[in-house]
Write a protein that binds this ligand. Structure first.
Ligand code: AMP
Length: 559
């Protein structure tokens, strides 16, 4: 673990054995995230929390109400026999109730386990049983999913449906009750417990493509530290109105549910409706100034604006991460909407933030092209996160903007080991292998070239599938692009490009190849282009390249 010492970067590897350590006289700090929502209630009670409900209706709450309802929820859970360390799951959308659960469950000492409603049923059963979830809070539209699974769920004692008493559906779920009835008699004056140092707070499972999903168990301390660091590493202003499209079920929505209330920021949550039109409406009506999301969501929003002559006039900044940002998306945000794009990178194992790409004073004097070239990089590490790139033998590579290798990370909100694992997931010096292939440069910027498993090895050289996808995405007819390495009898692997066009119909392959020709090296050009109606996306919006790789695995071999 990274030491708390302010000079941690210097002393980390020093063998300081035998030295007498003088202990500081400051108060002990064992944080409970509930302190964040109490702070928001005290200082920003009327700041609004906006949610689009399943019905489509817009619901308005505020930090005072969310805090009091979280207290009621915590006391209801306690009355129900839930104890510190018990795991309680949510299968829920981005709404005020999910925010209340973040605080009510974790604040009373239990662990908030967020479930992704797009999970394959088998994975959902595995995850719920592995985590030993005791209660599941479930959004109305997902009740049928759990009805289908409940016979296989080993530990669930109660299902709490996120609705009013009168909205309760007919359901075969055992011990089902509406959320509003459940918290109705809860104690509005509930006092949050003092928790142990490093007490567990929340649990998320990674969307692994092979093997069983793995759990990452965050602590109250790691979440608070991550939130505080995040506030310094993005262009967040106290009067920002935040669009939270990133789901509360995926890596704690990038920490927004913690750093939002910490700074009294207005939160705007889209519920179920994440298509271009409803998102645009919400942004417009709620004066959104800062929007967080993954590239696929923004592609839908930008397409809607393009087709309907709409401008995102209130938005000043957008934070984009989860997959690589493309030049075309960056350009459209900047040139059409005057929105500054901040590229960010992280992962479930990192809570998630590792790097952000905030504007620097030098960038003000650069040409657009120079500025874009920097903005497309995944950014620089935020304070607390250390990065290094190593070769296959673990030797550190120079930070020269060229040397490409395995990206390793270390820091206080990066996991030590997976949930219930016997062994650490880090090496002896605390470094975690991200599985990303990256380059670091002299100015501290990190650029992702690929996932280690997606990089294409052609004739002994590496082709970055991300760079090739981004180049293809710039073609005016291309709505989405995906590049996969397919086994090849001569070259080991060769790239195959899958494209979804704006019209949904194929275009001339030659026009794509011509377009790419001056953007990538000749030997990078895909040997085959396939037009699809849609690309396979996983539960968190990432491209499922393995599906295409499997389907086309013999393509070049058979030729
Ligand atoms: P997850 O744990 O599901 O959030 O996935 C984390 C992975 O997503 C990272 O290891 C990267 O491979 C990928 N990722 C996240 N942000 C970016 C980004 N800005 N650019 C490229 N890949 C990204």
């Amino acid at each position: 673990m990274l030491s708390n010492n302010v000079a941690s970067y210097i002393i980390y590897n020093k063998q300081d054995k035998g030295a007498i350590q003088m202990i500081g006289d400051m108060q002990k700090w064992t944080p409970n995230v509930a302190g964040i929502i109490e702070h928001a209630k005290e200082i920003h009670p009327q700041t609004e929390i906006i949610s689009r409900l399943v019905s489509g209706e817009i619901h308005r709450s505020n930090y005072e109400k969310v805090c009091i309802r979280s207290r009621k929820l915590a006391s209801a859970l306690e009355k129900d026999g839930i104890k510190k360390g018990d795991v309680v799951a949510t299968l829920a959308l981005n709404t005020y109730r999910h925010l209340e659960m973040y605080y009510g469950i974790s604040g009373m000492g239990a662990v908030t386990h967020t479930l992704n409603f797009r999970l394959h049923p088998e994975q959902a059963v595995y995850i719920i049983n592995h985590a030993e979830d005791k209660i599941i809070f479930v959004e109305l539209p997902f009740v049928p999913i759990l009805e289908g699974l409940q016979d296989k769920l080993n530990n669930i004692q109660k299902y709490i449906v996120l609705c009013e008493e009168h909205e309760m559906p007919e359901t075969s779920l055992n011990n089902a009750i509406s959320y509003e009835e459940y918290i109705k008699d809860g104690d509005a004056e509930y006092k949050w417990p003092i928790l142990d140092d490093d007490a567990a707070c929340a649990l998320c499972y990674t969307s692994g493509t092979t093997g069983n999903p793995k759990g990452v168990l965050y602590s109250h301390k790691s979440n608070v530290l991550h939130a505080q660091a995040a506030l310094t590493a993005m262009t967040i202003q106290p009067d920002d109105s935040i669009l939270m499209v990133v789901p509360l079920f995926h890596v704690l929505a990038w920490g927004i549910p913690y750093f939002g209330p910490m700074n009294g920021l207005k939160l705007v949550m889209p519920g179920m409706q994440m298509e271009g039109e409803p998102l645009y409406e919400l942004i417009d009506q709620e004066d959104v100034s800062l929007a967080f999301g993954v590239p696929t969501i923004w592609m839908g929003l930008l397409a809607y604006c393009r087709e309907n002559n709409k401008i995102l006039s209130s938005v000043k900044n957008t934070i984009i991460g989860g997959s690589a940002l493309s030049l075309a998306t960056l350009q459209e945000f900047d040139e059409v909407h005057d929105v500054n794009v901040i590229h960010a990178w992280g992962m479930t194992e990192m809570s998630p933030l590792g790097t952000t790409n905030v504007p620097t004073p030098e960038m003000q004097n650069m040409s657009k092209e120079e500025k874009y070239a920097i903005q497309l990089k995944q950014g620089r590490p935020i304070y607390g996160v250390e990065l290094k790139v190593v070769d296959d033998s673990g030797n550190e590579l120079p930070k020269d903007g060229k040397s490409q290798g395995h990206l390793m990370v270390r820091g206080p909100w990066i996991l030590q080991k997976y949930f219930k694992a016997d062994k650490d997931a880090v090496d002896a010096d605390g470094w975690f292998d991200t599985g990303d292939i990256s380059v670091l440069d002299e100015d501290g910027y990190m650029t992702i070239k690929d996932r280690a498993k997606d990089v294409i090895k052609s004739g002994g050289e590496w082709i970055s599938s991300i760079d090739l996808e981004n180049a293809a995405f710039g073609h005016p007819e291309v709505a989405e692009a995906c590049v996969v390495g397919i086994p090849h009898p001569k070259w080991d692997e060769r790239p195959m490009l899958f494209i979804v066009t704006n019209s949904g119909e194929p275009v001339e392959k030659k026009s794509i190849i011509d377009f790419l020709s001056d953007k990538v090296a000749k030997w990078w050009l895909p040997d085959e282009i396939v037009f699809l109606k849609e690309l396979p996306h996983g539960a968190t919006g990432k491209l499922q390249k393995f599906e295409l790789r499997e389907e086309y695995s013999n393509h070049y071999m058979e030729k």
